[in-house]
Design a protein. Structure first.
Length: 230
């Protein structure tokens, strides 16, 4: 018995792009395009009807756009953003809303697209170069904003006081920016298991049991061994 094929829904308002993507996917024996949508509202309706294994979602579409539809779609199936939009804040928002990858048109081969689709149900993220650069730029901007809350000298003192390694400092900054383990793994080019190992060590050094507690201590609003009163 042949293994079941991955069902894909393509959501893009440009019929030429939809047709091109469908032609690429038809070349793969293990992937099948089961529906196509021209906006976010139609994508949600067709997802509920056809239950795709993976959704390819454009950002800018008339009516309900991809970002607006994303939080609803990710509850039903893994979503890969497939778009021309390269703005850092859009990349970051899409990932925070649950997208499992961000591919910019013109930056990936057919084989890369197929790999990204096959990996999506397993939770393995894919980013094309512009998306990865935009994400890093946004993270650096967020980190700079956080330093206005916790002065750099104070963060440095915290780093020394807590004994974090340079990689642990990097991971802790990403935690403070709001990223989950999957997003941290993709940003640092390490496995989720390695991220979990870093976090376990960070929590031990920060004497914390939760992300929020670790963030509070890291940003200087709490101190090791000190608890607030009142």
């Amino acid at each position: 018995m042949a293994p079941a094929r991955l069902g894909v829904l393509i959501a893009d308002d440009n019929p030429v792009i939809r047709a091109g993507l469908a032609a690429i996917l038809r070349e793969a024996e293990d992937i099948e395009v089961i529906a196509q949508a021209a906006d976010g509202r139609e994508a949600l309706s067709l997802t509920r009807r056809h239950a795709p294994d993976v959704i390819l979602l454009d950002v800018r579409m008339p009516g309900v756009d991809g970002i607006s539809a994303l939080p609803h779609l990710v509850q039903l199936a893994p979503v890969l953003m497939l778009t021309y939009s390269t703005e850092a804040e859009i990349v970051r928002e899409a990932l925070l809303l649950g997208a499992g990858g961000y591919l910019v048109h013109g930056e990936f081969t057919a084989d890369y697209l197929l790999s990204a689709i096959r990996d999506a149900p397993e939770g393995r993220p894919h980013f094309t170069p512009t998306a990865a650069s935009a994400l890093l730029a946004e993270l650096r901007s967020s980190s700079q904003q956080q330093r206005t809350v916790a002065p750099s000298s104070e963060r440095m003192n915290n780093s020394v006081a807590f004994g974090l390694s340079s990689r642990e400092v990097e991971v802790m900054d990403l935690i403070a920016s709001g990223m989950n383990n999957q997003q941290i793994a993709a940003t640092c080019f390490i496995s989720e298991k390695t991220v979990k190992n870093h976090i376990n060590r960070i929590f031990a050094k920060l004497h914390s049991t939760t992300r929020s507690e670790a963030i509070a201590r890291w940003l200087g609003t709490a101190r090791p061994g000190v608890t607030g009163h009142g």
